[in-house]
Design a protein around this ligand. Sequence first.
Ligand code: TXA
Ligand code: MG
Length: 355
Amino acid sequence: MITKYQRVNALYPNIMVLKCAAEIIQEGGVVAFPTETVYGLGADGFNEDALEKIFIAKGRPMDNPLILHIASSREIVDVASYISARAKKAITAFWPGPLTLVLPKNPQVPDQVSAGLSTVAVRMPAHPIALKLIKLARVPVAAPSANLSGRPSPTTGFHVLKDLKGKIDMIVDGGPCRWGIESTVVDFTDEIPTILRPGAVTREMLESVVGQVIYDPGLKNKQVVPKSPGVKYLHYAPRGDMYLIQGDNSQLIVAKLKELIQSYKGNGKRVALIATNEIIGMIDDLKLDFNLDYIGNLGSKYEQELIASRVYHLLRNCDRFNIDIILTEGLSEEGLGAAIMNRLLKASGNKVIKA
Ligand code: TXA
Ligand code: MG
């Protein structure tokens, strides 16, 4: 299959290109497009054959449901059968934006979208290209992240090209995504809203609008099955073996990192370090003395938004440099940090080393 590839200005998108992309979706094809979180792989959410193409292109397990993307909050009645008062408040506060609501599904939503569940996930993205494209397609657009299943989510058009060239109809490249990690997924079907996947809309932000919000116990406790099917898979993972080095004292973290780097390098491994600017600054002559194969600078620990936007790109770079061992600094879980650490823990398969 030949994949059409078009660059589009994110703020003033070329309408002819988006019309072409919308037509492909209407005709049952699949198109990758930017959102403010990560790139999505979109198809007509009511066309069963088109939905199947998403699963095939990504190599995605069929029991992992999709998010439906809409261009106006009025369209929510096409996909959900009931919207609680709390859900309405969250929509008013956070849409368009990086918040996905899980709601009782409208019976006309195909089973492939909901993977047989009685609920449906729905989001109105804030990206001008995504909004315009959904509007032109005139259907709810089902869109998972536009990566091969198991790989880090794509935050640039080039990442999509690397994963899906030849497997999908079109890539609309609108440059890098603002947030760089996927939306917060919140289940509103119970009395107390439950965060199934943390994201840029934090628990604190949600609680200021809808009252008490809890985290799905399955997120942290491995004995409990997560409520969001996608969360159970090894995800966002680079090919190398990744470890998170966690501790409260930066001197101890640095000492532990040096010890690990030396030992892995001594065994002939290709080793990468992913850390904040502060920690990297504390290790003298990183490249020279330790002969590291890759250093991924997340940015300052005080700039969580920058860290979020870089993390998947740095994980992908580890694959480009054929890294065997990825040593990553554990970060604060405050605010946006909860979502960043959720992705890092998953990418590492929960391999944590205490410093
Ligand atoms: O930011 C995002 O959410 C991106 C962009 C493209 O919008 N999309 C995205 O989709 O991350 P995906 O398919 O990679 O992740 C969707 C997550 C999965 O963990 C899936 O299991 C969960 O949402 N999900 C979807 N429908 C659900 C439902 N009815 N109940 C529980 N979890 C659901
Ligand atoms: Mg995904």
